[in-house]
Design a binder for this molecule. Structure first.
Ligand code: ZN
Length: 134
């Protein structure tokens, strides 16, 4: 870290700002944790492990709202919606519900996700009835 984030004074290798007295150890530690969790998220995304990738990017953002972590979060949302459409199209209801759970972690509750939950409940019940008639 080159400059104090509070007052912009030059720091060099100091962790206590000489101008405003801000203690920066905690901030430096948060930065490091944010980077580590972001890399966990990226790696697990590469392996398709959304159960890990989604909470890891949220963890990273909780330590620091970096543009990189926001980008990864946006990428995950896009990718999860693509998976959701595929799961729904191929009538994979439990998988679709998993994806919705991940999207809700990333986006919070919203109207679109709510409609998807309703639709999946409706369609999965319908397909259960159909299969029991076979
Ligand atoms: Zn300062």
């Amino acid at each position: 870290m080159q400059r104090c984030p509070a007052c912009n004074a030059r720091l060099g290798a100091l962790t206590l700002c000489p101008r405003c007295g801000a203690e920066l150890k905690q901030i430096i530690r948060s930065q490091r944790l944010a980077e580590q969790w972001l890399s966990v998220s990226l790696q697990s995304t590469g392996y398709g492990l959304m159960d890990v990738a989604v909470p890891a990017v949220l963890r990273s953002l909780s330590f620091r709202q970096t543009p990189a972590a926001k980008l990864v979060k946006g990428f995950l949302v896009q990718r999860l919606y693509r998976t959701l459409y595929q799961d729904v199209a191929e009538r994979r209801w439990p998988e679709a519900r998993d994806v919705l759970g991940h999207l809700r972690m990333l986006e919070g509750r919203n109207e679109t996700l709510h409609r998807f939950y309703d639709m999946i409940d409706h369609l999965s019940v319908k397909s259960d009835v159909n299969s029991s008639c076979d």
